[in-house]
Design a protein around this ligand. Structure first.
Ligand code: PDD
Length: 287
């Protein structure tokens, strides 16, 4: 079935949607994005994603091309038109099409940003077999640029990380810099030691995950102890549990790192409980 997608103010069948070859998103990876999950036809953590989009745009001196209200309306309209029960809405904003290739940013009053949204259906988002089994990860060096707090579409290196994981028979890769884990290729990374949840503190070294913020809030409300600091692969390998969070995986256990089994090799109680709390609470607050 052909989806309806959104491009610069218009709803179109996906086969009719086009972007200029001069769009800076295409030529320069000059764009930012957000992924918002949909459960039961409702948007999860929408306000967090909208706020991070505004921050990413501001950090790159890009104009906000769409209001919060319109953004929410477009998300909802696409979910309805494409009959998404469980899945996601992908949103991308680029610096637009200045009509030529040039490293210098165009004047935003002359070149409006490009706004694209589309949906992907994922029926087993909650009852995911991957989440039930947990994932194996490998470590790879973190060779990304140093503004990882901005959610840009420069995803070549994370894609290479996923390919290295696939080649090693693993589900994902964790990035390591200066001997410490930064994050996963498309998620934030955690370990659990003696009941305490450990995850790297916020800085320009990692993406400020919207799921991370919600999970840490729910963990604190459930009287679970949280420590925000970096950790090494060796510390993670000897941890009681490990897990990742993102908009599309929620909380997913990590059962081995570079071939070393974590705990008993099954999703642990902290990761399972946090996944349950996150899904329950997010559904209550869904828009
Ligand atoms: N990725 N770190 C990185 C590098 C990410 O790409 C993501 C999200 C996260 C988690 O952020 P959040 O909880 O806000 O989804 C952390 C999205 C899902 C993606 O690229 O598909």
């Amino acid at each position: 079935m052909s989806r309806t997608v959104y491009v610069n103010g218009e709803y179109l069948p996906e086969e009719d949607a086009t972007i200029s070859i001069f769009d800076r998103g295409f030529l320069m990876a000059d764009g930012v994005y957000e992924v918002t999950s949909v459960l039961g036809g409702k948007l999860i953590d929408f306000d967090g994603h909208a706020a991070r989009l505004a921050r990413s745009l501001a950090e790159l001196d890009m104009a906000q091309p769409i209001t919060y209200e319109d953004l929410l309306a477009v998300h909802r309209e696409l979910v309805v038109r494409n009959q998404i029960d469980n899945g996601l809405v992908y949103l991308q904003v680029t610096r637009g099409n200045p009509g030529d290739r040039d490293f210098v940013f165009p004047d935003p009053t002359e070149t409006p940003g490009t706004v694209v949204l589309f949906t992907q259906s994922k029926p087993d988002l909650i009852d995911s077999p991957v989440a039930a089994a947990g994932i194996e990860v490998i470590s790879v060096p973190d060779l990304r640029w140093h503004r990882r707090d901005i959610k840009t579409v420069q995803l070549l290196y994370p894609s290479m990380g996923k390919m290295a994981a696939k080649a090693a028979g693993a589900g994902d890769a964790w990035f390591v810099e200066d001997g410490q884990v930064t994050e996963g290729t498309s998620n934030n990374a955690y370990i659990v030691r003696n009941g305490k949840i450990v995850t790297r503190e916020l800085s320009n070294d990692i993406l400020h995950g919207i799921t991370r913020a919600a999970v840490l809030r729910y963990a604190a409300e459930a009287q679970m102890e949280v420590e925000e600091r970096a950790f090494t692969i060796a510390e993670a390998q000897s941890a009681d549990e490990a897990f990742v969070t993102s908009a599309t995986t929620f909380v997913t256990a990590v059962i081995s790192i570079d071939g070393a089994q974590i705990g008993d090799g099954k999703p642990g109680p902290v990761a399972r409980r946090l996944r349950e709390i996150y899904i329950d609470e997010s559904l209550k607050a869904a828009l």
